[in-house]
Design a protein around this ligand. Structure first.
Ligand code: IPM
Ligand code: MG
Length: 355
């Protein structure tokens, strides 16, 4: 039997509730796939600041680097919004991504047939959507220098180096080779010099993948096209801030941001997390949707551990729970047979996954 070491970072708000459900499901599939997990918890975000004075204690980095993968909940909340920037939960998360070197953030957007009515767009527009946003995660305007502010000016710098673009482009092309071999690179090359370099380098790298069909799109047009006709996209390759914005937009194709998982990968350990935030307004009420986190655990099995069978079981269990009409509160108006709590949804999926 194989044992995997998983670092658990529950974080703030609904983070602990949704991670607990993902662990329940992981343990359920473990027993039937001849694997087991040993978990080590680590602190990050507001809860880490409250206890240690630092949103990202060194111990959390050590525990993570010493694991096979990191399963992450969510961080942040109003309580910490007025702290100096480097003490804020979000700064801890950005530092964490940088320390782990997770430069590629993979955000799949799949519209479940069972939830075709949940999207704010027409069913015929979203039916069958299956795309992947490949977002560069440790460069761009989030990290560029100089940055700062004084009384009258605030400034950040959008910068990409050739090497940063090359490595994320390879990621996108490799993923596309396992899908429909189409990549749309999104930039703002009509205005930004950094985007012009991005476009040139992506085009160069694409020469190594002759089977790939590469297109380029300006980010404002891409935002519009995602709503007009999302099925035109397969892999969308983009930089840090454009990817942040487009992936939230794309999440609404599926009906709830509570459904979408993500994987952040690089040279070392990968981080698997829902794309939604810590939702402090609903924390502790047992109404959060755990599916995004459970689906992130499935991505972890597939990408970090190569346990495809276990991942397939989880994906099928999520689909089955939705098909049978189980819905958490965020999706209660959409063909619900039964509205269930966070932990009931976790148990239903765990139960199906164990079969
Ligand atoms: C995300 C989040 C983060 C980001 C925040 C919390 C720093 O919005 O993971 O998309 O902007 O990257
Ligand atoms: Mg975001």
């Amino acid at each position: 039997m194989k044992t995997y070491k998983i670092a658990l970072i529950k974080g703030d708000g609904i983070g602990p509730e949704i991670i607990d459900e993902a662990v329940k499901v992981l343990d359920a599939v473990a027993s039937c796939c001849n694997i087991e997990f040993s978990y080590e918890e680590a602190l990050m975000g507001g809860c880490a600041y409250d206890i240690t004075g630092d949103p990202l204690p060194q111990e959390t980095i050590n525990i993570s680097l010493n694991s096979d993968a990191v399963l992450f909940g969510a961080i942040g909340g109003q309580k910490w919004d007025n702290l100096p920037r480097e003490k804020r939960p979000e700064s801890g998360l950005l530092r964490f991504r940088k320390e782990l070197g997770v430069y590629a953030n993979l955000r799949p957007v799949v519209v479940y047939d069972e939830l075709i009515n949940a999207s704010s767009l027409k069913p015929e527009v979203v039916k069958g959507v299956n795309l992947m946003v490949v977002r560069e995660l440790i460069g761009g305007i989030y990290f560029g220098e100089p940055k700062g502010r004084d009384e009258n000016r605030g400034w950040n710098t959008m910068v990409y180096t050739r090497d940063e673009i090359v490595r994320i482009a390879h990621q996108a092309f490799k993923i596309a080779m396992t899908r429909s071999k189409r990549v749309c690179s999104v930039d703002k090359a009509n205005v930004l010099d950094v985007s012009q370099l991005w476009r040139d380098v992506v085009t160069e790298v694409s020469k190594e993948y002759p089977e790939i069909e590469l297109s380029h799109m300006y980010v404002d047009n891409a935002a519009m096209q995602l709503i007009r006709d999302p099925k035109q996209f397969d892999v969308m390759l983009t930089g840090n801030i454009f990817g942040d914005i487009l992936s939230d937009e794309a999440s609404m194709l599926s009906g709830s941001i509570g459904l979408l998982p993500s994987a952040s990968v690089g040279a070392k350990i990968g981080v698997y997390e829902p794309i939604h935030g810590s939702a402090p307004d609903i924390a502790g009420q047992g109404i959060a949707n755990p599916i995004a986190t459970i689906a992130s655990a499935s991505m972890m099995l597939r990408y970090a551990l190569g346990e495809n069978e276990a991942a397939d079981k989880i994906d099928a269990a999520i689909k089955r729970a939705l098909k049978e009409g189980y819905r958490t509160k965020d999706l209660a108006q959409f063909d619900a047979k039964e509205v269930c709590s966070t932990s009931e949804m976790g148990s239903i999926i765990a139960n199906y996954a164990a079969k």
